[in-house]
Design a protein around this ligand. Structure first.
Ligand code: ADP
Ligand code: MG
Length: 456
């Protein structure tokens, strides 16, 4: 899982750890420098504090060397470790100073072999930087010092005045021997550090993914709780709608019956007062509209799985056509053949499908135009039953066509926008699908497809 983000984070962690290591080691060397200075002065004072020039006792040059040279050697690294810790130049200067400290101590001890161990101790301490280049700088510094002093002042390095010319090579060999191991250990621990950083970056990434996931889960749960609440309210609203619609049906039927009765009884009065006829018509029309709305609401909220029974199509279409209120000159044509295989359908629900589609089609006729609504069917052994309701009405724009199945979408002043939603629900419950094909000013065709003999 080493994607770019993980690699970048791992590089960032690596740089951070390495910088911290360099800063820590710089600070450590600042203390080492101080301690060496004190030690150097102590050694000079205890080994050769005074010299005699004639009768005058003077302080030996070594004491000055320890104090002044040691001060110069230690002060720059201390200032750099304090002011610029972690900088590349700081650790290389510390490396050079440390090796020159070895040289100074060797010189102060008159080239004692034991003091040469300071070189190896210093190299080991410098390897704390885990930077093999620092060891390179240190090796170069010690080699240069031995070479130059070996020529100019051999006894200060080797303790004898005339050493063999190759003595500096012998020293250099042992230094390189030690440095080779230290370099390899530096490289190994840097590799280990970079592996650790990669693992840490991967762990961080995983835990941030987990956090993101659990945050998304929390969010989804909150939304779920909210939508559950919304659903409960909708369910309550559905029940209320169903019971109100149901309760309204009887009073509406009563109004229709009462109007019919009054219409008969008031024939004479209506011939004298034309408004009586007008008002009776209004009562009829409006209560029919209310009955229609109540019917659509009930169809919408009622959830009943289809009860599938053999259902001949042509008579069903004829029945639906007879139930659609007539509109002007709209002609309804039942083109379903009699010899089609008999499908398994919920008769009542499918009649509702046909009524809604035929009613919409006859309502879509432009005034003054000869309207025609046709229902035809295609079916065959094993093939799905396909019912097509087409009209030559106003058609729809693509925007309207895209929304016709949405509940409450209507373009009619007194429409409910529930008819096609109910149609779609019933068709889906039969395991079928519905499709609309329309062209503005040319007409519309609804195709309902249901499996030949199945339902849900
Ligand atoms: P309503 O009939 O109450 O408006 P519907 O769900 O039955 O609700 O229809 C939604 C809308 O779809 C209608 O308002 C109308 O704009 C459009 N529509 C449906 N059938 C046709 C059709 N045959 N021709 C043109 N438009 C139609
Ligand atoms: Mg409708």
């Amino acid at each position: 899982m080493s994607d770019a983000r993980v690699l970048a984070r791992s590089a960032e962690l690596f740089a951070g750890h390495r910088m911290a290591l360099h800063v820590r080691t710089d600070r450590l060397f600042a203390w080492v420098m101080l301690a060496q200075w004190a030690f150097g002065v102590g050694v000079a004072l205890s080994l050769s504090p005074f010299a005699w020039a004639g009768r005058i006792r003077t302080t030996h040059a070594h004491v000055y060397a320890a104090f002044l040279l040691g001060g110069v050697l230690s002060s720059l690294p201390i200032v750099l470790a304090w002011r610029r810790p972690g900088a590349t130049a700081t650790r290389h200067i510390i490396a050079v100073a440390q090796m020159l400290w070895s040289a100074l101590l060797i010189h102060l001890s008159g080239g004692r072999i034991e003091t040469h161990f300071h070189v190896f101790g210093s190299l080991a301490a410098l390897s704390l930087y885990r930077d093999y280049k620092v060891l390179g700088t240190a090796t170069f510094a010690v080699a240069t010092d031995h070479y130059v002093r070996g020529i100019a002042w051999p006894e200060s390095v080797y303790g004898v005045v005339t050493p063999e010319w190759w003595r500096f090579l012998e020293h250099a060999f042992w230094v390189i021997f030690a440095v080779a191991f230290l370099v390899s250990s530096c490289r190994r621990s840097i590799e280990e550090l970079s592996r650790i950083c990669l693992r840490q970056a991967e762990t961080e990434r995983l835990s941030s993914l987990e956090t993101e996931k659990s945050r998304a889960l929390d969010h989804a749960l909150t939304e779920l709780a909210a939508s559950q609440e919304g659903l409960q309210r909708l369910a309550a609203l559905g029940e209320l709608t169903a019971s109100v619609s149901h309760e309204l049906r009887n009073p509406l039927a009563g109004i229709t019956n009462a109007t019919g009765f009054l219409r008969k009884k008031l024939v004479d009065a209506a011939s004298r007062e034309p408004r009586i006829q007008q008002f009776l018509d209004i009562i009829d029309r409006e209560s029919a509209a209310c009955t229609h709305i109540v019917g659509e609401l009930l169809d919408f909220v009622r959830e009943r799985p289809p009860a599938l029974l053999p259902c001949p199509l042509r008579p069903l279409v004829a029945e639906a056509m007879s139930m659609v209120p007539r509109r002007g000159a709209v002609e309804l044509s039942n083109d379903v053949r009699d010899d089609l295989p008999v499908p398994l359908l919920d008769k009542e629900q499918f009649r509702q499908v046909l009524i809604n589609l035929i009613q919409n089609a006859s309502e879509a006729m432009a005034p003054g135009r000869d309207g025609r609504v046709t229902v035809r069917a295609e079916a065959g052994e094993g093939r799905p039953l396909c019912l097509v309701v087409s009209d030559n009405g106003t058609g729809m724009t693509p925007e309207v066509a895209a929304r016709v199945f949405q509940p409450l979408f209507t373009t009619k002043p007194r429409g409910t926008g529930l008819g096609l939603s109910v149609v779609q629900t019933i068709v889906k419950r039969h395991g079928g699908r519905i499709h609309v094909d329309t062209a503005l000013d040319r007409g519309t065709e609804f195709r309902v497809e249901v499996p030949a003999s199945s339902g849900r």
